[in-house]
Design a protein around this ligand. Sequence first.
Ligand code: FE2
Ligand code: FE2
Length: 270
Amino acid sequence: MKPANVRIAQISDLHFGRDVAEVAQTLLAELHEAAPTMIAVCGDLTQRARDAEFRAARAFLDGLPAPALVVPGNHDLPGWQVWSRFTRPWRPWRRHLSTDPRGATAHTADGLVAVGVNTARQWGPHPDWSRGRIDAGQLAAIEAQFDHAPGDDLRVVVAHHPFLLTEAGLHRGLVGRSKTALRRLRRRADLLLGGHIHLAYSGVVDGLVVAQSGTACSDRLKGEPNSYNLIEADGDRLSVTTHHWDGARFDTRRRADYARDGHEWTVASD
Ligand SMILES: [Fe+2]
Ligand SMILES: [Fe+2]
């Protein structure tokens, strides 16, 4: 049986506290028009994990037109309140989003199995604590979900930190343990979604499609406009269309196409 068409809207780095109201409202309206199967929210919902910022993020999420798989980013941890960061790092997240950021969360729909993992960490072995990590327990949780899914289902991992960087983002670093993750997810997953870099791009790594979205509605731009991705999968074809803000709407589009053989993806040649 041919698997169902799947349409995923990917948004990231909303950074409420540094949000641009017009952009956020237009984004919400366009997501309603797009009628996605699922919305992947790839972290950094807030700027400094403040209550008011989480309340604004919660209100935005409540207005989304489809089930959302939401993962935290490094900005959703208390940044400067060092005591809170170490003793109760996820208390604000739990209070406002009512989900446990540890472990993994899953969403399934016809033709789709998606797993969200929290790659943000309260500290790290290097000076830049904004870098994240995926751990063995999270990989095991992803595998457990994917290994029981129907063979043709699109298998999606939703995270904050990137599994693929371009030249412009090299200094930010890949998610920690990315090599191990890619080895274990090869031919097991199809699509890895991330944010954090505030740049939109996609590509293939080790037979997996990686799609990164930029900052959806904040003024924390890194050389390109606000953006979101619409990802459409139809059997063994998948497209990633980036919608960039043009000053009034998300109207400028860039599309990349991919094809799979088994669960091995390549850039589509036609
Ligand atoms: Fe961010
Ligand atoms: Fe981030």
